[in-house]
Design a protein around this ligand. Structure first.
Ligand code: GAL
Length: 449
């Protein structure tokens, strides 16, 4: 399988090289062709060669995919792009959920050193587009009939104003409780559907010396668990009031306090102290049975498969208790930076490629997400993916935009809330009431100030 090249190739060099080749090819084609003779024959052959050999352009793509399954997904994209004579040059900035990648991208744009393509998940594309930083993909979308091919929620997401400014790769479901099936069977446990089920299973596992719930103290991971608890506590409407509409009353609501208390209560099942693990390390704990359960987005499924497990047979995938009717989602997307008009054609090639049904099918299986299409190949999905896609596609009211994964609120408020939740989680002396007040201050909209 073709590997994405690392970021060491000087970007301008290869781009310039590509342009030079194109210019040479055009120059050759423009030469007046003599009617006959050996010279004409040789020239005609040279021309045919120049036409047959495609000019290779390259795109530098900034993203945060680092784990084994994420690398596989990148390799797949790079390979398929290569087949269209565009080279994927990798600019990976490590860091789960893309905190570091966002910072590097912003500073590169300010330094006029933007990559050609960036993983720019979420509603932040609206602000970037308003600043004129993103190329519009209207023509690609029209040619590919995206309006009819894509699920309506996805079509709306990538067109935050007048223009389409992102190519959607896949939809992740975040409110998933995974469990190790063999471990559960050994202890006579069944898949937890309610919180009391969860507590009973956790107690049995703890007595057996197994960590009931794999969890990291990384800020985004604490906040990811927390947002599933808010959903369990208050449902979709309350979640939106809190994180999308940021209504002051929602921050003062007792449901927020209960979700915070619940977060703290779950600590007893996580093993002490809660260590700062990468999400892939927790997936490993779930896979090897040192932990029994894990709340994580379904990118964990991609990783389980990359570890050689079978996502349906070996690992149970259910909704976080109390959230079965909801699809807490985020969408991986690629945006094209406008600063690079010379690479426009290659950017459009990549954008068109990512929504192709075959690419969607193959990419989703590797990544753990589900296709963004209205009519994907359901037979190619595992049961967990089928359930995710079906819920998302058939229940718009059940779609809940993740706060932590950038679907609900702006970056600044999100970062501040994640930091606050982290502080609350780590420091037992920080009270629920105080945290609730502080979240309310962060959430304040301009009209409430
Ligand atoms: C999410 C992203 C996923 C996965 C995860 C862990 O925000 O959508 O693709 O990379 O972070 O880093």
């Amino acid at each position: 399988m073709a590997k994405a090249t690392t970021g060491n190739v000087p970007r301008e060099t290869s781009a310039r090289g590509g342009r030079l080749l194109a210019a040479l090819a055009l120059a050759v084609l423009a030469l007046p062709v003599a009617a006959s003779g050996p010279d004409a024959k040789a020239k005609a052959e040279a021309e045919a060669k120049a036409e047959a050999k495609p000019v290779t352009e390259s795109l530098q793509v900034l993203h945060w995919w680092q784990s084994a399954s994420e690398r596989r997904a990148v390799d797949l994209l790079a390979e398929r792009l290569g087949q269209q004579h565009v080279q994927w040059r990798d600019a990976m900035v490590p860091g789960g959920s893309g905190i570091g990648a966002g910072i590097v991208l912003r500073s590169r744009v300010l330094a006029k050193d933007a990559p050609e393509v960036a993983q720019l998940n979420g509603i932040v594309i609206r602000d970037w587009a308003n600043l004129g930083l993103l190329a519009d993909l209207d023509q690609v979308a029209a040619r590919g009939d995206w309006e009819r091919q894509l699920l309506p929620g996805i079509a709306a997401l990538i067109r935050p104003g007048q223009h389409v400014v992102a190519a959607p790769l896949g939809i992740h479901r975040i409110n998933i409780l995974f469990h190790n099936r063999a471990l559960f069977a050994r202890h006579g446990l069944s898949a937890p559907v309610t919180w009391p089920d969860f507590e009973r299973a956790a107690a049995v596992l703890a007595r057996a010396g197994v960590t009931p719930l794999a969890q990291s103290s990384e800020p985004w991971q604490v906040a990811t668990l927390f947002e599933t608890l808010v959903l369990a506590e208050g449902g979709a409407a309350y979640f939106r009031q809190l994180f999308q509409q940021r209504e002051p009353a929602a921050f003062a609501d007792p449901r927020l306090g209960r979700a915070l208390t619940h977060l703290r209560g779950l600590k007893k099942w996580m093993g002490a102290p809660v260590r700062e693990l990468s999400w892939a390390e927790e997936v490993r704990q779930l896979a090897d049975g040192s932990a029994g359960m894990l709340v994580m987005g379904d990118w964990a499924k991609g990783e389980l498969n990359a570890m050689g497990l079978h996502s349906d047979r070996d690992i149970g995938c259910g909704a976080v208790p109390g959230t079965a009717a909801f699809h807490l989602y985020n969408v991986d997307m690629l945006s094209m930076l406008a600063e690079r008009p010379a690479q426009r054609a290659s950017q459009e090639t990549l954008a068109a490629m990512v929504v192709q049904p075959a690419l969607q099918r193959d990419y989703s299986r590797v990544k753990g997400s589900v296709p963004v299409l209205r009519a994907p190949d359901l037979a190619a999905m595992d049961a967990c993916a089928r359930a995710s896609w079906t819920l998302f596609a058939t229940s718009p009211a059940g779609q809940v935009p993740s706060m932590v994964h950038r679907m609900a609120t702006d970056e600044t408020a999100r970062d501040a809330m994640v930091a606050e939740l982290h502080r609350f989680f780590l420091n037992e002396r920080v009270s629920v009431a105080d945290t609730q007040r502080r979240l309310g201050v962060i959430g304040r909209r301009p009209q409430d100030r």
